[in-house]
Ligand binder design. Sequence first.
Ligand SMILES: Nc1ncnc2c1ncn2[C@@H]1O[C@H](COP(=O)(O)OP(=O)(O)OP(=O)(O)O)[C@@H](O)[C@H]1O
Length: 619
Amino acid sequence: MDGCLRRGKGGGGCRVCRASPSAWKRERVGERKERGSGGANSACTAGHGEAWLSRRVSTDPGGSGGFRGVPGVAELRDGNSRCCRRDPARSLEQGPEGLEGPETPIQVVLRVRPMSAAELRRGEQSALHCSGTRTLQVSPPGGGPDVAFRFGAVLDGARSQEDVFRACGVRRLGELALRGFSCTVFTFGQTGSGKTYTLTGPPPQGEGVPVPPNLAGIMQRTFAWLLDRVQHLGAPVTLRASYLEIYNEQVRDLLSLGSARPLPVRWNKTRGFYVEQLRVVEFGSLGALMELLQMGLSRRRSSAHTLNQASSRSHALLTLYISRQTMPPADPGEPPVGGKLCFVDLAGSEKVAATGSRGELMLEANSINRSLLALGHCISLLLDPQRRQSHIPFRDSKLTKLLADSLGGRGLTLMVACVSPSAQCLPETLSTLRYASRAQRVTTRPQAPKSPVAKQPPRLEIEMLQLQEENRCLRAQLGQIDPKASRLSGARVAWAQRNLYGMLQEFMLENERLRKEKSQLQSSQARARDEQRLLAQQVHELERRLLCACYGPQPRPGPAPPCPCVMVPAAPCPALPPLCCCPCCHLCPLCRAPLAHWACPRRDFHLPQVGKGEARGWG
Ligand SMILES: Nc1ncnc2c1ncn2[C@@H]1O[C@H](COP(=O)(O)OP(=O)(O)OP(=O)(O)O)[C@@H](O)[C@H]1O
């Protein structure tokens, strides 16, 4: 149960989650029953933000509230806020189609690194005390009241990398990514506070020297878990990765084959913000993915300054794209489920005076601070329900553009805030803690991509199947005529398979074109047949007239010449024009045999007469 001090004035609901006072009351009664003690502060049950406490008051008696699993440090409970009425992970059990995108807060884990050797040498004191597993107490060095902050988990300097990995619940995020969700893990904090250490372990001790397994960070541990999980899924999964950095407000590809040049960030309706021409590499093994990580880490900009010998000078984003074919596929043409798992190592905020940065280092620091300010501004605005509906200035920096979906969109986000325990760093530490407190009140609406097939009305589905079948036949016919055309359409199909909507559109266009072509062919064929028929009639008529003119009725002296009516091939009766009614037209001009057997429309009627009459003497 969290202590929320964000009650609206005049006894209204919680300003963040709008829980009513009666809801608080009910919860507090439940809380008291559960804990067997008087609750601390008025609680809205949502865990909203820091609590300012007197030295005597602690809000977290047991320290086991939101965790389970590891003794002392347990895994982050999914959807531990009342803002999230439906746990997305639970909803996922029903399949991604059932999701409506419940409001889910950004999860925040706080990690306090141990005192560094330099801090200890300088005799600096710690100003931070972990109270239980979710509360951090800050004791200002000059006295004054303690300040307490509550987060999803608080991990002190004694916690191992494995403890951090478990407490962050990254495996859960991995599961969600496998089911099509877009998940982000990002580290945040002052320079030298341990962000890179938390994500990727300590810097390598030399070229090609791997990080010892016990010091491997969240990223390596997630990679190992994911590759193992994928092997046991029993469904085909395609894994790809991209790795970029934002250095001095320019996006650079850390996996580019040549030298990294600035890449543009674009926006479209379906993808939101994305980096154009970013190299996305397919990988099939843990080794291959680790190589990609090492490649990116070695190319990322870092420099030494007073507070950190290997300070990252850029924000780095490594994204894993997971395409999983559901088994069995609901539809033969069903596209794979596409989830994302993104790791963001933000550059640390720094006071130039404290780090002693000059020249290029100072320019870098200014750029880093500006983008972090833009990020903080967006987070603050996202907390305001009215502003949230209207305009959030994500376009203010490349960082906010690329984190837009993780912060205010359809993704699930985990923030690991890192701080130094030293009292010398207290102003920056307090700023990080407030920043993180605000962030955990930001909510997103996680949503897995829905299969386009399932969303279509059945009539359209049937139509699409019919079109597919028709198209297949037409393409086969066309392929027989023009092999070039069939190759072309093969390439088109490869493109279309990536997207069902695209495919449908493609099919319809091609179908329309083929149908037009077919009907054009049919009508020109019909025209040719008509012409042919007309010509045949004319020829026949001319022949008949010619015969009449040449061989008018004559007496038969001697043996008769071969009769033309025998030599002229008989045309099919219905094709001939009606005979004229003059008597010569009914008889062969030479032998006077009736012409009905080859020219009369009522041929059958006349045939018996032909057989019986003069026709006998033709030969
Ligand atoms: N939990 C830890 N245990 C031991 N050493 C740590 C821990 N966290 C950080 N360090 C050490 O502290 C130093 C600074 O850490 P790191 O480089 O990760 O800080 P950072 O926040 O990423 O800084 P920057 O923003 O400047 O890149 C490193 O030498 C690192 O090995």
